[in-house]
Design a protein around this ligand. Structure first.
Ligand code: FES
Length: 145
C-alpha cells in the first residue's frame, strides 16, 4: 500500500524535534482524523530557510509527508518554500494511497502556517501566503505538545 520511500521516511523521519526561538511556528490539525502537526522554521536575514523541524501526532503518512516536506524546504527561500505543494511532497515520496492524500495536505498547511507566523512577526507580505485556516494558536491548546 505504501511506497518504499514512504515507509523509509516513516521509520526514519528526518528533522524531528523543535527549534528554540524559531523564526516561525505553525500548528495545524485535521478535524476529521484529529491528527496534529507542528512545523518550526529557522529563517535567516536573506529570507532563506536554514532549518526546519517538525512534530507530528498523526498517522504514518503524516509522519512521512512532514519528514519529506522539511527536507524539501530546507535551503529554500520563503518564496520558493511557498511553492512546495502537497503534490510535490507526494511526488517526492513516489505517491500516497488516495485515502492518505489529506495527510500530505497537513504538511503543506503546517509549513504555510509557520511561514505566515514568520511573515506576521516581521511585518512581511508574500504573494500566495494567506492566513492559515486551521492554525491552532497557543492559547487554544490545552497542553504543550
Ligand atoms: Fe490523519 Fe493521516 S489520518 S493525517
Amino acid at each position: 500500500m505504501y511506497t518504499e520511500k514512504v515507509m523509509e521516511h516513516f521509520q526514519n523521519p528526518r528533522n524531528v524535534g523543535e527549534i528554540e526561538n524559531a523564526s516561525g511556528v505553525g500548528t495545524v490539525g485535521n478535524a476529521k482524523c484529529g491528527d496534529i502537526m507542528r512545523i518550526y522554521l529557522d529563517i535567516d536575514e536573506n529570507q532563506r530557510i536554514k532549518d526546519c523541524k517538525f512534530k507530528t501526532f498523526g498517522c504514518g503518512a503524516a509522519v512521512a509527508t512532514s519528514s519529506m516536506a522539511t527536507e524539501l524546504v530546507i535551503g529554500k527561500t520563503v518564496e520558493e518554500a511557498l511553492k512546495v505543494t502537497n503534490q510535490a511532497v507526494m511526488e517526492a515520496l513516489d505517491g500516497l494511497p488516495p485515502v492518505k492524500v489529506h495527510c500530505s495536505l497537513l504538511a503543506e498547511e503546517a509549513i504555510h502556517a509557520a511561514l505566515w507566523d514568520y511573515a506576521q512577526k516581521n511585518h512581511l507580505e508574500f504573494d500566495g501566503l494567506v492566513q492559515p485556516k486551521s492554525d491552532i494558536h497557543e492559547d487554544e491548546e490545552s497542553q504543550d505538545y
